[in-house]
Design a protein around this ligand. Sequence first.
Ligand SMILES: [Zn+2]
Ligand SMILES: [Zn+2]
Length: 357
Amino acid sequence: MSPYFYVVPVFFVLIALEFLVARRRGVRLYGLQDTVTSINAGMVSQFVNVLGGAVSVVMYAWLVERFGLFVWDESNLAVWVVGLVSYDFCYYWVHRAGHEVNVLWAAHVIHHSSEDFNLATALRQSATGFYFRWVFYVPLAVLGFSTKMFVVLGLIDLLYQYWVHTQLIGRLGVLERFLVTPSNHRVHHGQNDYCIDRNYGGIFSVWDKLFGTYADERPEEKVVYGVRKPLRSWDPVWGNLHHYFVIGRLVRAAPTLREKLGHIFGPPRGALHLSSIGERPFRAEEFTPFTTPAPRFMNVIGIFSTLLGAALLMTLYVITPELSYWQRLAYSALMLAFFSAVGALWMHPRILGAARR
Ligand SMILES: [Zn+2]
Ligand SMILES: [Zn+2]
């Protein structure tokens, strides 16, 4: 059984808790469309993972078999600690590449496309990152950490990152020195000048400090969440794909091979003509968040899509072993179409018209 079968309900309970605590404190942290899109995007990545998640594991298993230098005693806790630190080091580079290489940013941008910042944002995970991530874990495989350790450490690293997506926890004193915390992860999700390309760590912030990519949260400057080139859509499938289309258009239009390659492997800020970052100071007060008017019945459909999606995802976790690859593919494809349709419906001219009446 997938460990997510047990984790997903905990995610939902914590989101509800954060929502209630925020409401009691009189802070608005959750927009309905944004939240539904975030959770549905999380489920999109899970539905794709049922098919593609194995790529990483298969590739890693091959690497460790072929190139692994050492055998580690997995009954020793210290081995797991060394493993976790090593994994997190590799994660830092996966994440950094996801921000600094345009085609990899296309996979990661979905995580940053929310203009809210809450526990639901944490669930906006990439559905297309599986094809390249394993490459960054080659050092781990060469060190000989087993495939089982790779999977468990990956889960620990990912689950740790859930709780840092909150605005309800302030700075955490001495922990800020070496751990990824809500405070320094808020900076990572910011689009203010000082936040761009900062704080890539998964569990430990020491890598950022070591490689010069760390920034502390500035209490005097309100963090504006999201990206400079906003998604402007509630469709989680489009959220996963849209930047590949941007790159495709840029590559087609580029006159030379050098420029074409630059659009694929160069930094996103160049490709998006955002090289002006820093030239003119970013002003939080000039930012307009993305919203679309929605009639009440559409919001009900949105919430229903998330609840139904969650029930069908839990079902898939249970029945996966009994399904053939093609059955899984059909199941996931239908779910992706469903989430995409709900997201697109919010933007349909008739729905927008009904909301304005
Ligand atoms: Zn990121
Ligand atoms: Zn994040």
